[in-house]
Write a protein that binds this ligand. Structure first.
Ligand code: NAP
Ligand code: MG
Length: 734
């Protein structure tokens, strides 16, 4: 369901836990806002919605949906954009396939995902599906750079109510393993284009030339990188680390971002699957290929495909006995680190392991020290340094720790490498060249078959906007401000050439420091350990990684972050939290009708969105809405009205009741807009008087399974029934 008129605020329809939560929260928001004349519409950017929008010709008129992502993509380039963006699924292939099957089972005649496209039609279908895969939404919407921090109330609350941290011991065997060369980091080349340019990417081989990419265009001033990971170096590194881990007697784990880096990282993941089962692939490789095995899809898919072949199964069992124990996603269900490429995502997995004192879960559910394999050295040093710091100093104390805020470069797909269409697995050995329209060779690399080559870029305007945003935040906060840039890394050196002149021209160079990621990690941890604060000014990948790492250490979760995108054309995009869509929460709701999703990120984003509306459009009533949402958010925290994790205890729905009540009370209490106060006084009264009745109606369905009519494409009526079980509350709201 999508509203098409021009609402003041667009609230996105997404997937999984946040979408379940929206079924309960959004009606409250829409009702309260409309009382103040503010309209809140929706746009569907869910995985299922994006699939349906891609194949209109396969659908009946009634089934067809609009391409909301494209519409939002256009909106964010305008001044009037005011979007509250919830986290959505960045689909791995197994998730995409599951969503397609679900839609087909509901009567949508969409094509299968062609795993091995042969005909032209299959290639075209594959291409359309691949555009939906991975991180396909955020790059379209992020027409601005990011400003992420814990709201003051949230940080204060975390200090007063510190979460449990696992203890670190100096003799922990947990460590990060990264390649000693041949990786993206060491092979990187980078240049800033003096003028506008168009490049083609070719692979020259003894037998001729393959065109990898016909044309990519860059405005003047774009920083263009190229690099590759050597498959040979990767394989020998992985084999070594598996052996070393076995000798060290700890868990083996691999941490990638197969969702965002949708081309490169599944391939690297596939190398790890092959390294793990090396003797099996040596002996049965051809037979497994015939059975449709693609190591990039993970051990889970592989095991299903070879299940009926006793020889292969015996060989897998034999080698598994010799391997070190593996870090588990779910030991009860036997799901390992290598089962599904999207299960272990580095930005969530590494902080969780660090918060637990360097422990991962082993095969029988026991906690153990873990070798964390992060092949590429671009960002592995962040986790390596953090682990070393905590081994030496013990765990961070959330009661006294200061905070690390982030200003991240991401506008106009800056540094979106791995997820964009300039990453290639080399079909054969040769030389990859990036050739400009005038014949100049911008970058070239000698590669071998199987090497992963990729190019990323960052445009001038976003880089300048990012530096200016950093200057603004430094000025506002006075915090120690560090650009996490490595002068010895090719790309970072180009960025430094942008950063320094801007800082100098503005006379603020003395307010900023520039440090490579390892040193910046150490200094930031030292700073917050002392109770002081710092701003990490980073590129796109560290924006993502750090806004999970530090919040998870400081606040226990990144879900409570304020995540503001000041759009370059003047609009506002308010992302909710810095985390994902918490698939485990959906399972819990379906199994026992308890939703532990915390909507605090939504509350914070909503407050910012109203305030932005007030400022951008001079809408005084929106300001009242914004201020009262802030009061309500604070009250939810102070009174402990956040959802509990356990069935039978207050959950997400209960927390929304309290949010509505505190919001109504704050609206009734404010004096800026007497007519709004008058309107909300009876609402606040009814919500308070019916507290016992409402909370018991909300709690009643818990403990039994819930039917929401689908995972990726649920049934709105069923979902509403599950998420709005209190007739009394609904009566007051509606
Ligand atoms: P995740 O959904 O953030 O999950 C990690 C864990 O964080 C959850 O299992 C949950 O812990 C906790 N968590 C996150 N948000 C929470 C909230 N609001 N309330 C309570 N707990 C919360 O990360 P993921 O597993 O890496 O990613 C899942 C999916 O989200 C993927 O499809 C990914 O691509 C997508 N994603 C989207 C965005 C975005 O659109 N901006 C960002 C990141 C990830 P417990 O299970 O312990 O409760
Ligand atoms: Mg993240």
């Amino acid at each position: 369901m999508t509203t098409t008129s021009n609402p003041d605020i667009v609230y996105t329809k997404v997937d999984e836990a946040p979408e379940l939560a929206s079924a309960s929260l959004l009606p409250i928001i829409q009702k309260f806002a409309s009382a103040a004349g503010v309209t809140v519409g929706t746009k569907d950017i869910s995985l299922a919605g994006r699939i349906l929008a891609t194949f209109p010709e396969n659908l009946t008129d009634a089934q067809r949906v609009s391409d909301d992502l494209a519409e939002l993509g256009a909106l964010v380039k305008t001044k009037s954009a005011n979007v509250v963006k919830l986290p959505n699924i960045s689909a791995s292939v197994p998730q995409l396939v599951a969503a397609i099957e679900e839609l087909q089972s509901q009567g949508y005649d969409i094509p299968d995902y062609p795993e091995a496209p042969a005909t032209d039609a299959e290639h075209s279908t594959r291409k359309r599906y691949d555009a939906i895969k991975g991180s396909a939404v955020n790059p379209v919407l992020r027409e601005g750079n990011s400003d992420r921090r814990a709201a003051a109330a949230v940080k204060k609350f975390a200090q007063a109510n510190p979460h449990r941290m696992g203890a670190w011991s100096a003799d922990s065997k947990t460590r990060v393993a990264a390649m000693s060369g041949g990786d993206f980091f060491s092979n990187e080349a980078s240049a800033t284009l003096a003028s506008e340019a168009t490049a083609k990417i070719v692979l020259e081989t003894p037998s001729g030339q393959t065109l990898l990419k016909e044309s990519v265009s860059y405005p003047a001033g774009t920083v263009v990188d190229a690099t590759f990971m050597s498959a040979r170096a990767l394989d020998s590194f992985l084999a070594d680390e598996i052996a070393k881990t076995k000798a060290e007697g700890v868990l083996f784990s691999l941490h990638m971002k197969a969702t965002m880096m949708k081309v490169s990282d599944p391939i690297i993941f596939g190398h790890a699957v092959k390294a793990w089962l090396a003797p099996v692939f040596d002996k049965f490789g051809a037979k497994m290929a015939d059975l449709g095995v693609n190591p990039n899809s993970g051990l889970g898919d592989l095991l299903e495909r070879v299940a009926d072949d006793a020889d292969i199964m015996a060989a897998i069992e034999a080698i598994t006995k010799e391997r070190p124990p593996m870090y588990m996603v779910n030991s009860d269900k036997g799901i390992t680190n290598l089962h599904v490429p999207s299960d272990v995502i580095i930005d969530a997995s590494m902080p969780a392991l660090i918060r637990a004192g360097g422990k991962g879960w082993g095969p029988s559910g026991e906690e153990a020290d873990t070798v964390c394999v992060i092949p590429d050295n671009s960002y592995a040093p962040v986790y390596d340094e953090a682990i070393k710091f905590f081994k030496a100093n013990g765990a961070l104390n959330p009661a006294t720790a200061g905070t690390v805020q982030n200003i991240g470069l991401m506008a106009q797909k800056a540094e979106e490498y791995g997820s964009h269409p300039t990453t290639f697995e080399m079909p054969e050995a040769g030389t990859v060249k990036m050739v400009l329209q005038d014949g100049t060779v911008l970058h070239e690399h000698a590669v071998e078959k199987g090497d992963i080559w990729r190019s990323a870029s960052a445009r001038k305007a976003p880089i300048e906007d990012w530096v200016n945003l950093a200057i603004e935040r430094q000025k506002t906060t006075g915090f120690r401000s560090i650009f996490w840039l490595d002068a010895n890394r090719a790309h970072d050196a180009q960025l430094i050439s942008y950063v320094m002149p801007i800082l100098e021209a503005k006379g603020v160079a003395d307010k900023f420091e520039i440090m490579a990621p390892a040193q910046a990690t150490r200094v930031s941890l030292e700073t917050i350990t002392k109770g002081e604060n710092t701003i990490a000014i980073t590129g796109n990948v560290l924006r993502d990684y750090l806004t999970d790492l530090f919040p998870i250490l400081e606040l226990a979760t990144s879900a409570k972050m304020l995540s503001i995108v000041k759009l370059m054309q003047g609009g506002g995009l308010f992302e909710t939290g810095a985390g994902g869509s918490a698939p485990k929460h959906v399972q819990q709701l379906v199994e026992e009708n308890h939703l532990r999703w915390d909507s605090l990120g939504e509350f914070c984003a909503l407050g910012e969105s109203f305030m932005f509306l007030a400022e951008a459009k001079g809408n005084a009533r929106a300001k009242v809405l914004g201020e009262t949402v802030e009061v309500a958010t604070q009250d939810v925290l102070d009174n402990g009205r956040s959802p509990s994790r356990k069935v039978g205890e207050p959950d997400n729905r209960d927390s929304h009741y309290w949010f509505a009540r505190y919001w109504a009370e704050a609206l009734a209490a404010q004096t800026t807009d007497p007519s709004l106060a008058e309107e909300f006084a009876p609402v606040a009264k009814a919500l308070a008087e019916n507290e016992a009745k409402i909370t018991s109606e909300l709690a009643a369905p818990q403990g039994k399974p819930a039917d929401i009519g689908g995972y990726y494409h649920g049934d709105m009526a069923k979902l509403t029934a599950v998420m709005r079980p209190s007739a009394t509350l609904n009566g007051i709201i509606d």
